[in-house]
Design a protein around this ligand. Structure first.
Ligand code: ADP
Length: 487
């Protein structure tokens, strides 16, 4: 290493895989602020990379540059994929900790757990692999439900990814944060505490449940800032999955209102025109990242280590679910979304035409635009007629439109064209994605593009997984098994 720059950056065999892994590991070490989200104000920026070559460092001078996080032209995502397949694998990182590798994001509503299952177990590991480790791996990878509420999102599984010179599969698991106690009991019953003494964790729960982890399973939570983890996770997952980023548009890319002029933009007729299309996110900067979890954070991302939180709102996914439960008596997010999909918000909201009798033409406001969310519900007669589905739909449209408005204002203030939405509010929720796509494009006259990510709410947990280091793992203590690992 010269000045902390790894040899491979100078070798003739520079390949994107090496550089991207190096950058990722460097990035994971940046900006270790463990402050709360509220402290991440507008001015807060991650510290620059001290030991990277100048050409790879994004400074403020590079703000608004449109190069990839991996800088070299050859490191476009497509090239990356080709090169990963064509080049010999990166030598395993000798500093990497022993398995198992986890990253955790303990959010306000959901806890996300990402587990890395190595593809090949090397001879040394096979010898050292304990029954406990094998059991954990079998338990996690052979089930898709854990207890009453834990779920593995099998459709999101990422095979053949590389982390720290190891190839393997990423598994994505979630459970309600209210069930952290049950998770700890399970971890204890599976003997996890014998193998791992520290879990890299992010989200408010990493603070809130710190003592429970120590008391119940003697595990320490090493906390990573949630916005650092989020961005690192987004960039990593996108670099590993060519299909990660997508958008919704009409098949011929024309604005939806030119297709179905007689239908309100939020009606099924209008939204059913949209189809999902892949988006090449290999030159992402700058972009606005709108994380819609229980609440909402809006970040301006100029480079992996150059971002700031520009805005946010407390009216997020938690508000949608909370209000829906109150108004409709539903008891799960999936039920709320299903209700909303079959409802009609125009019986609940007051539209421009309810006030003007038609369009407000002078300012280009069409009659079917929502003028006042829930504006009809002050009438007892209308309340008596409204259905649960209509209430759910109106709640979804209200929350989604508000997020869309804030995102659009931020994007236009910051002169940014690409707005990336993530967070679990968008899980099984194409309706909100289409509404956001419509709103971004319509209100910006086509200047803004709403983008979405396949792994919706898992990026913080992935960011934590990338961050793990050797110091915090216990040595496998059990004697080596007599037979080889059974897989
Ligand atoms: P957080 O980290 O704040 O928990 P997430 O990105 O996990 O944020 O998103 C939480 C939001 O996702 C919830 O407020 C809800 O709107 C939505 N959601 C999606 N799936 C579920 C689920 N199975 N249970 C509860 N909320 C869900």
């Amino acid at each position: 290493m010269v000045l902390g720059i790894p040899f491979f950056l100078f070798s003739r065999q520079v390949n994107c895989q090496n550089i991207s892994i190096y950058l990722l590991i460097r990035l994971m070490r940046l900006h270790r602020c463990e402050g709360c989200l509220a402290a991440c104000g507008r001015q807060r920026r991650a510290t620059p990379l001290p030991t990277l070559p100048r050409s790879l460092v994004k400074t403020k001078l590079y703000k608004r540059s449109r190069r990839t996080p991996y800088t070299l032209a050859a490191m476009s995502k497509k090239n990356c994929v080709d090169m990963v397949d064509a080049t010999p694998p990166t030598p395993p990182d000798t500093d990497a900790p022993p398995m198992p590798w986890f990253g955790m994001d303990i959010g306000g509503t959901l806890t996300k757990l990402v587990y890395f299952e190595p593809r090949e177990t090397n001879r040394r590991e096979i010898d050292k692999e304990t029954e406990v480790l094998k059991n954990i791996r079998r338990y996690l990878t052979r089930n898709s439900a854990y207890g009453k509420t834990g779920r593995r999102d099998v459709h999101l599984q990422m095979d053949n990814v590389e982390i720290r010179g190891r190839r393997g599969t990423l598994h994505f698991i979630r459970f309600p944060t209210s069930e952290v106690g049950a998770f700890l009991q399970l971890a204890r019953s599976k003997g996890m505490a014998d193998l791992v003494n520290t879990i890299y964790a992010t989200g408010g729960g990493a603070y809130k449940f710190e003592e429970d982890f120590i008391k119940e399973v003697n595990m320490r939570l090493s906390k990573m800032d949630e916005l650092d983890a989020l961005i690192a996770g987004v960039l990593y997952v996108d670099s590993m999955n060519a299909q990660e980023c997508y958008y919704w548009a009409t098949p011929d890319e024309q604005p939806v209102h030119t297709h179905v002029c007689d239908s309100p933009p939020y009606s099924e007729a209008a939204l059913s025109v949209y189809v999902r299309k892949p988006f090449d996110f290999s030159s992402p900067y700058p972009f606005l990242l709108v994380n819609v979890g229980s609440g909402v954070s809006v970040l301006v991302v100029n480079a992996p280590n150059d971002y700031y939180r520009v805005s946010g709102t407390s009216l997020g996914g938690g508000t949608f679910l909370g209000l829906c439960c109150l108004l409709t008596g539903c008891s799960s997010f999936e039920e709320a979304i299903a209700l909303a999909a079959s409802g009609d918000n125009t019986t609940v909201d007051k539209l421009v035409r309810d006030i003007y009798g038609g369009d407000y033409a002078r300012f280009g406001l069409p009659g079917d635009l929502v003028a006042s969310s829930f504006g009809q519900m002050c009438s007892a007669e209308r309340r008596a007629r409204v259905s649960r589905a209509d209430l759910a739909r109106a709640t979804l449209v209200t929350i989604t439109n508000n997020i869309g408005s804030i995102a659009r204002l931020c994007a236009s203030n910051e002169h940014i064209e690409r707005v990336v939405f993530c967070g679990n509010f968008l899980r099984v929720n194409p309706l909100s994605m289409k509404l956001l796509s419509y709103a971004m494009s319509y209100w910006s006259r086509g200047a803004l593009k709403a983008l979405f990510l396949e792994h919706e709410g898992y990026f913080g947990a992935v960011g934590c997984l990338l961050h793990l280091d050797t110091k915090n793992h216990k040595q496998n203590r059990c004697p080596p098994p007599e037979n080889q690992a059974d897989r």
